[in-house]
Write a protein that binds this ligand. Structure first.
Ligand code: FES
Ligand SMILES: [Fe+2]
Length: 339
Protein backbone atom coordinates (compact mmCIF):
# COMPACT_ATOMS: atom_id res chain seq x y z
CA UNK A 1 0.00 0.00 0.00
CA UNK A 2 1.16 3.52 -0.61
CA UNK A 3 2.66 5.37 2.33
CA UNK A 4 -0.74 7.05 2.75
CA UNK A 5 -1.90 3.80 4.41
CA UNK A 6 0.52 2.41 7.01
CA UNK A 7 -1.89 -0.41 7.85
CA UNK A 8 -1.96 -3.93 6.44
CA UNK A 9 -3.64 -3.91 3.00
CA UNK A 10 -5.22 -7.35 3.42
CA UNK A 11 -7.09 -7.61 6.70
CA UNK A 12 -9.22 -10.60 7.66
CA UNK A 13 -12.59 -10.80 6.01
CA UNK A 14 -14.97 -12.17 3.41
CA UNK A 15 -14.24 -10.36 0.18
CA UNK A 16 -16.14 -10.68 -3.07
CA UNK A 17 -14.46 -12.67 -5.82
CA UNK A 18 -17.25 -12.41 -8.42
CA UNK A 19 -20.99 -12.08 -8.83
CA UNK A 20 -22.75 -15.45 -9.01
CA UNK A 21 -24.15 -14.62 -12.46
CA UNK A 22 -20.59 -14.42 -13.84
CA UNK A 23 -19.68 -18.01 -13.00
CA UNK A 24 -21.69 -20.73 -14.74
CA UNK A 25 -21.48 -24.43 -13.91
CA UNK A 26 -17.92 -25.62 -14.70
CA UNK A 27 -16.96 -21.99 -15.23
CA UNK A 28 -13.36 -20.90 -14.56
CA UNK A 29 -12.23 -17.32 -13.89
CA UNK A 30 -8.79 -15.89 -13.15
CA UNK A 31 -8.92 -13.27 -10.41
CA UNK A 32 -6.66 -10.90 -8.54
CA UNK A 33 -7.89 -10.93 -4.93
CA UNK A 34 -6.27 -9.73 -1.70
CA UNK A 35 -2.84 -9.45 -3.31
CA UNK A 36 -2.97 -12.98 -4.71
CA UNK A 37 -3.54 -14.49 -8.10
CA UNK A 38 -6.37 -16.96 -7.64
CA UNK A 39 -8.60 -19.16 -9.75
CA UNK A 40 -12.33 -19.24 -9.14
CA UNK A 41 -14.24 -22.18 -10.55
CA UNK A 42 -17.60 -23.84 -10.16
CA UNK A 43 -17.62 -27.61 -9.81
CA UNK A 44 -20.22 -29.85 -11.38
CA UNK A 45 -22.07 -29.90 -8.03
CA UNK A 46 -22.65 -26.14 -8.41
CA UNK A 47 -20.25 -25.27 -5.57
CA UNK A 48 -17.77 -22.46 -6.18
CA UNK A 49 -14.12 -22.91 -5.17
CA UNK A 50 -11.16 -20.54 -4.89
CA UNK A 51 -7.55 -21.75 -5.11
CA UNK A 52 -4.18 -20.09 -5.53
CA UNK A 53 -3.71 -19.81 -9.26
CA UNK A 54 -0.26 -21.23 -9.98
CA UNK A 55 0.04 -24.94 -10.60
CA UNK A 56 2.59 -26.56 -8.27
CA UNK A 57 4.15 -28.45 -11.20
CA UNK A 58 5.87 -25.71 -13.22
CA UNK A 59 3.57 -22.78 -12.54
CA UNK A 60 0.88 -22.54 -15.24
CA UNK A 61 -2.06 -20.31 -14.23
CA UNK A 62 -5.07 -22.55 -13.58
CA UNK A 63 -7.46 -19.72 -14.40
CA UNK A 64 -6.24 -19.47 -18.00
CA UNK A 65 -7.31 -22.63 -19.75
CA UNK A 66 -7.96 -24.79 -16.66
CA UNK A 67 -10.90 -27.18 -16.99
CA UNK A 68 -13.33 -28.50 -14.40
CA UNK A 69 -13.70 -32.25 -13.80
CA UNK A 70 -16.22 -32.93 -11.06
CA UNK A 71 -15.01 -30.74 -8.19
CA UNK A 72 -11.44 -30.72 -9.48
CA UNK A 73 -9.65 -28.30 -11.72
CA UNK A 74 -7.25 -29.62 -14.34
CA UNK A 75 -4.19 -27.62 -15.29
CA UNK A 76 -4.11 -26.88 -19.02
CA UNK A 77 -0.32 -27.44 -19.29
CA UNK A 78 0.32 -31.10 -18.30
CA UNK A 79 -3.06 -32.12 -16.92
CA UNK A 80 -2.42 -32.23 -13.17
CA UNK A 81 -5.68 -32.12 -11.27
CA UNK A 82 -6.25 -30.27 -8.00
CA UNK A 83 -9.23 -31.01 -5.76
CA UNK A 84 -11.18 -28.21 -4.11
CA UNK A 85 -8.89 -28.27 -1.06
CA UNK A 86 -5.98 -27.49 -3.41
CA UNK A 87 -4.37 -30.94 -3.16
CA UNK A 88 -3.10 -32.50 -6.36
CA UNK A 89 -4.96 -35.80 -6.74
CA UNK A 90 -4.04 -36.83 -10.26
CA UNK A 91 -0.92 -36.64 -12.40
CA UNK A 92 -1.28 -38.22 -15.85
CA UNK A 93 0.72 -41.45 -16.29
CA UNK A 94 2.26 -41.20 -12.81
CA UNK A 95 1.29 -43.28 -9.77
CA UNK A 96 3.19 -41.41 -7.06
CA UNK A 97 2.04 -37.85 -6.60
CA UNK A 98 4.66 -35.59 -4.97
CA UNK A 99 3.48 -34.88 -1.40
CA UNK A 100 4.13 -31.14 -1.78
CA UNK A 101 1.89 -30.97 -4.86
CA UNK A 102 -0.79 -28.63 -3.59
CA UNK A 103 -1.94 -25.04 -3.82
CA UNK A 104 -3.57 -22.79 -1.23
CA UNK A 105 -7.35 -22.82 -0.93
CA UNK A 106 -9.82 -20.35 0.59
CA UNK A 107 -13.18 -20.90 2.24
CA UNK A 108 -15.96 -19.78 -0.11
CA UNK A 109 -19.45 -18.57 0.66
CA UNK A 110 -22.04 -17.82 -2.00
CA UNK A 111 -24.93 -15.76 -0.74
CA UNK A 112 -27.38 -13.25 -2.22
CA UNK A 113 -25.84 -13.28 -5.69
CA UNK A 114 -22.22 -12.87 -4.62
CA UNK A 115 -19.30 -15.26 -4.29
CA UNK A 116 -17.05 -14.33 -1.38
CA UNK A 117 -13.83 -15.89 -0.19
CA UNK A 118 -12.34 -15.64 3.25
CA UNK A 119 -8.96 -14.02 3.83
CA UNK A 120 -7.35 -14.88 7.16
CA UNK A 121 -5.50 -12.16 8.99
CA UNK A 122 -1.83 -11.95 8.10
CA UNK A 123 0.27 -14.10 10.40
CA UNK A 124 -2.75 -16.20 11.47
CA UNK A 125 -1.34 -19.09 13.46
CA UNK A 126 -3.67 -21.76 12.19
CA UNK A 127 -4.06 -21.30 8.47
CA UNK A 128 -6.65 -24.09 8.28
CA UNK A 129 -8.88 -22.69 11.02
CA UNK A 130 -12.53 -22.28 10.07
CA UNK A 131 -13.69 -18.70 9.39
CA UNK A 132 -14.92 -16.83 12.45
CA UNK A 133 -18.23 -16.05 10.74
CA UNK A 134 -20.16 -16.39 7.48
CA UNK A 135 -22.14 -13.58 5.86
CA UNK A 136 -25.91 -14.12 6.00
CA UNK A 137 -28.42 -13.65 3.16
CA UNK A 138 -29.44 -10.07 2.43
CA UNK A 139 -33.03 -9.15 3.15
CA UNK A 140 -35.04 -8.42 0.00
CA UNK A 141 -32.59 -10.15 -2.35
CA UNK A 142 -34.40 -12.80 -4.44
CA UNK A 143 -37.65 -11.53 -2.97
CA UNK A 144 -40.49 -10.89 -5.45
CA UNK A 145 -41.74 -7.95 -3.37
CA UNK A 146 -38.46 -6.18 -4.19
CA UNK A 147 -37.09 -5.20 -7.60
CA UNK A 148 -34.44 -7.39 -9.19
CA UNK A 149 -31.12 -6.08 -7.88
CA UNK A 150 -29.26 -4.01 -10.44
CA UNK A 151 -25.54 -4.66 -10.42
CA UNK A 152 -23.52 -1.52 -11.10
CA UNK A 153 -20.30 -1.17 -13.05
CA UNK A 154 -17.45 -1.56 -10.54
CA UNK A 155 -15.24 1.30 -9.39
CA UNK A 156 -11.48 0.95 -8.94
CA UNK A 157 -10.15 3.14 -6.20
CA UNK A 158 -6.60 3.62 -4.86
CA UNK A 159 -7.42 3.30 -1.21
CA UNK A 160 -7.81 0.83 1.65
CA UNK A 161 -10.85 -1.41 2.27
CA UNK A 162 -11.32 -0.04 5.77
CA UNK A 163 -12.50 3.27 4.27
CA UNK A 164 -15.78 1.96 2.87
CA UNK A 165 -17.47 0.90 6.07
CA UNK A 166 -16.21 4.04 7.76
CA UNK A 167 -17.95 6.04 5.06
CA UNK A 168 -21.17 4.22 5.91
CA UNK A 169 -21.18 5.55 9.49
CA UNK A 170 -19.77 9.00 8.66
CA UNK A 171 -22.78 11.32 8.80
CA UNK A 172 -20.71 14.52 8.72
CA UNK A 173 -19.70 13.89 5.12
CA UNK A 174 -23.24 12.97 4.12
CA UNK A 175 -24.48 16.52 4.65
CA UNK A 176 -21.50 18.13 2.88
CA UNK A 177 -20.21 15.84 0.14
CA UNK A 178 -23.62 14.24 -0.53
CA UNK A 179 -25.68 17.33 0.27
CA UNK A 180 -27.89 16.74 -2.78
CA UNK A 181 -29.36 13.82 -0.81
CA UNK A 182 -29.13 14.69 2.86
CA UNK A 183 -29.82 17.99 4.67
CA UNK A 184 -29.21 16.71 8.20
CA UNK A 185 -28.52 13.38 9.86
CA UNK A 186 -27.91 11.99 13.32
CA UNK A 187 -27.01 8.62 14.75
CA UNK A 188 -29.80 6.73 16.50
CA UNK A 189 -27.55 3.85 17.55
CA UNK A 190 -24.34 2.11 16.71
CA UNK A 191 -23.60 -1.36 18.01
CA UNK A 192 -21.32 -4.21 17.12
CA UNK A 193 -21.24 -7.88 17.83
CA UNK A 194 -18.03 -9.59 16.75
CA UNK A 195 -17.45 -8.94 13.05
CA UNK A 196 -20.84 -7.28 12.44
CA UNK A 197 -21.46 -3.60 13.05
CA UNK A 198 -24.88 -1.94 12.79
CA UNK A 199 -25.56 1.73 12.60
CA UNK A 200 -28.93 3.44 12.38
CA UNK A 201 -29.31 7.10 11.58
CA UNK A 202 -32.16 9.53 11.07
CA UNK A 203 -32.09 11.66 7.99
CA UNK A 204 -33.78 14.77 6.76
CA UNK A 205 -33.59 14.33 3.01
CA UNK A 206 -33.23 16.88 0.25
CA UNK A 207 -33.40 14.32 -2.52
CA UNK A 208 -37.11 14.72 -3.31
CA UNK A 209 -36.96 18.49 -3.90
CA UNK A 210 -40.43 19.03 -5.41
CA UNK A 211 -42.06 17.60 -2.28
CA UNK A 212 -40.25 20.21 -0.20
CA UNK A 213 -41.73 22.97 -2.34
CA UNK A 214 -45.12 21.52 -1.43
CA UNK A 215 -44.20 21.87 2.25
CA UNK A 216 -43.50 18.20 2.87
CA UNK A 217 -40.51 17.34 5.03
CA UNK A 218 -38.94 14.17 3.67
CA UNK A 219 -37.47 12.12 6.50
CA UNK A 220 -36.37 8.60 7.10
CA UNK A 221 -33.88 6.19 8.58
CA UNK A 222 -30.79 4.60 7.16
CA UNK A 223 -29.63 1.33 8.62
CA UNK A 224 -26.18 0.14 7.70
CA UNK A 225 -24.98 -3.37 8.40
CA UNK A 226 -21.27 -3.99 7.95
CA UNK A 227 -20.02 -7.60 7.81
CA UNK A 228 -16.29 -7.11 8.19
CA UNK A 229 -14.79 -4.77 5.62
CA UNK A 230 -16.02 -6.83 2.67
CA UNK A 231 -19.76 -6.11 2.66
CA UNK A 232 -21.58 -2.91 3.56
CA UNK A 233 -25.37 -3.06 3.20
CA UNK A 234 -27.43 0.11 3.53
CA UNK A 235 -31.21 0.00 3.97
CA UNK A 236 -33.04 3.31 3.61
CA UNK A 237 -36.65 3.89 4.64
CA UNK A 238 -37.97 7.20 3.40
CA UNK A 239 -41.31 8.84 4.09
CA UNK A 240 -41.99 11.01 1.06
CA UNK A 241 -45.77 10.88 1.34
CA UNK A 242 -45.41 7.34 0.05
CA UNK A 243 -43.13 4.92 1.87
CA UNK A 244 -39.98 4.14 -0.06
CA UNK A 245 -37.47 1.47 0.91
CA UNK A 246 -34.29 0.83 -0.94
CA UNK A 247 -31.14 -1.14 -0.36
CA UNK A 248 -27.66 -0.67 -1.68
CA UNK A 249 -25.07 -3.33 -1.00
CA UNK A 250 -21.39 -2.60 -1.49
CA UNK A 251 -18.59 -5.12 -1.80
CA UNK A 252 -15.14 -3.59 -1.42
CA UNK A 253 -12.42 -6.08 -2.39
CA UNK A 254 -8.68 -5.44 -2.06
CA UNK A 255 -7.10 -6.30 -5.41
CA UNK A 256 -3.47 -5.62 -4.57
CA UNK A 257 -1.72 -3.40 -2.07
CA UNK A 258 -2.84 -0.28 -3.91
CA UNK A 259 -6.22 -0.85 -5.50
CA UNK A 260 -9.65 -1.72 -4.18
CA UNK A 261 -12.48 -2.78 -6.48
CA UNK A 262 -15.88 -1.65 -5.32
CA UNK A 263 -18.89 -3.56 -6.57
CA UNK A 264 -22.44 -2.59 -5.72
CA UNK A 265 -26.05 -3.54 -6.34
CA UNK A 266 -29.25 -1.56 -5.81
CA UNK A 267 -32.80 -2.80 -5.22
CA UNK A 268 -36.06 -1.36 -4.03
CA UNK A 269 -39.27 -2.51 -2.39
CA UNK A 270 -41.92 -2.54 -5.13
CA UNK A 271 -44.71 0.02 -5.09
CA UNK A 272 -48.21 -1.01 -6.12
CA UNK A 273 -47.73 1.00 -9.31
CA UNK A 274 -45.04 -0.52 -11.55
CA UNK A 275 -44.30 2.76 -13.34
CA UNK A 276 -43.57 4.40 -10.02
CA UNK A 277 -41.47 1.38 -9.01
CA UNK A 278 -39.46 1.69 -12.19
CA UNK A 279 -38.93 5.41 -11.77
CA UNK A 280 -37.86 5.05 -8.13
CA UNK A 281 -35.55 2.15 -8.95
CA UNK A 282 -33.88 4.21 -11.68
CA UNK A 283 -33.55 7.13 -9.29
CA UNK A 284 -32.01 4.90 -6.60
CA UNK A 285 -29.44 3.64 -9.08
CA UNK A 286 -28.60 7.18 -10.23
CA UNK A 287 -28.18 8.44 -6.68
CA UNK A 288 -26.05 5.46 -5.62
CA UNK A 289 -23.71 6.00 -8.57
CA UNK A 290 -23.49 9.71 -7.96
CA UNK A 291 -22.70 9.16 -4.29
CA UNK A 292 -19.79 6.84 -5.06
CA UNK A 293 -18.55 9.15 -7.80
CA UNK A 294 -18.41 11.84 -5.11
CA UNK A 295 -16.63 9.63 -2.56
CA UNK A 296 -14.11 8.05 -4.96
CA UNK A 297 -11.81 11.08 -5.47
CA UNK A 298 -11.74 11.67 -1.71
CA UNK A 299 -10.72 8.04 -1.07
CA UNK A 300 -8.15 8.09 -3.86
CA UNK A 301 -6.34 11.09 -2.40
CA UNK A 302 -6.87 10.98 1.36
CA UNK A 303 -4.51 9.34 3.81
CA UNK A 304 -5.13 7.22 6.85
CA UNK A 305 -5.23 9.11 10.14
CA UNK A 306 -4.49 6.74 12.99
CA UNK A 307 -5.77 9.37 15.45
CA UNK A 308 -8.60 11.19 13.67
CA UNK A 309 -9.91 14.36 15.32
CA UNK A 310 -13.46 13.16 15.84
CA UNK A 311 -15.92 15.75 17.12
CA UNK A 312 -19.39 15.65 18.70
CA UNK A 313 -21.80 13.64 16.54
CA UNK A 314 -19.02 11.44 15.17
CA UNK A 315 -19.05 8.83 17.94
CA UNK A 316 -20.08 6.14 15.44
CA UNK A 317 -16.78 6.63 13.62
CA UNK A 318 -14.87 6.11 16.87
CA UNK A 319 -16.88 2.94 17.46
CA UNK A 320 -16.05 1.82 13.92
CA UNK A 321 -12.33 2.39 14.43
CA UNK A 322 -12.26 0.33 17.63
CA UNK A 323 -14.33 -2.42 16.00
CA UNK A 324 -11.99 -2.40 12.94
CA UNK A 325 -8.94 -3.53 14.95
CA UNK A 326 -10.16 -7.13 15.18
CA UNK A 327 -9.46 -7.71 11.47
CA UNK A 328 -5.72 -7.18 11.75
CA UNK A 329 -3.03 -9.43 13.14
CA UNK A 330 -1.78 -8.64 16.64
CA UNK A 331 1.36 -6.78 15.46
CA UNK A 332 -0.69 -4.57 13.19
CA UNK A 333 -3.09 -3.66 15.95
CA UNK A 334 -0.20 -2.14 17.85
CA UNK A 335 1.53 -0.47 14.89
CA UNK A 336 -1.21 1.31 12.99
CA UNK A 337 -4.52 1.14 14.79
CA UNK A 338 -4.20 3.54 17.69
CA UNK A 339 -7.49 5.32 18.29
S1 FES B 1 2.24 -26.67 -14.95
FE1 FES B 1 0.36 -27.51 -14.36
S2 FES B 1 0.48 -29.56 -14.95
FE2 FES B 1 2.39 -28.74 -15.51
FE1 LIG C 1 -20.07 8.70 1.03
Amino acid sequence: MTSRYPIAPFPEGWFQVAWSRDLGRRGVLPRRWCGRDVVLYRGESGQAHVLDAYCPHVGAHLGHGGRVHGERIMCPFHGWEMDCSGRCVHVPLVKKIPPRARVGSYPVCEVSGAILAYARPEGAEDSDAAPRWTPQALEGWDDPTWTKPQILEPWRVRTHVQEFGENGVDLGHAVVLHSHITRAAETVFVESDGPVLRHRSRHHYRVFGPLEWLGKKVEGTLETRIDGFGRVAAHARVDAGIQIENRVVFYPTPIDDEWVELNAAVYLRKQSNWLLTRALHAKSVREAKKTIDQDAPIWSNKRYEARPLLVAGEEAMGHYRRWARQFYGAAEAVAGQAS
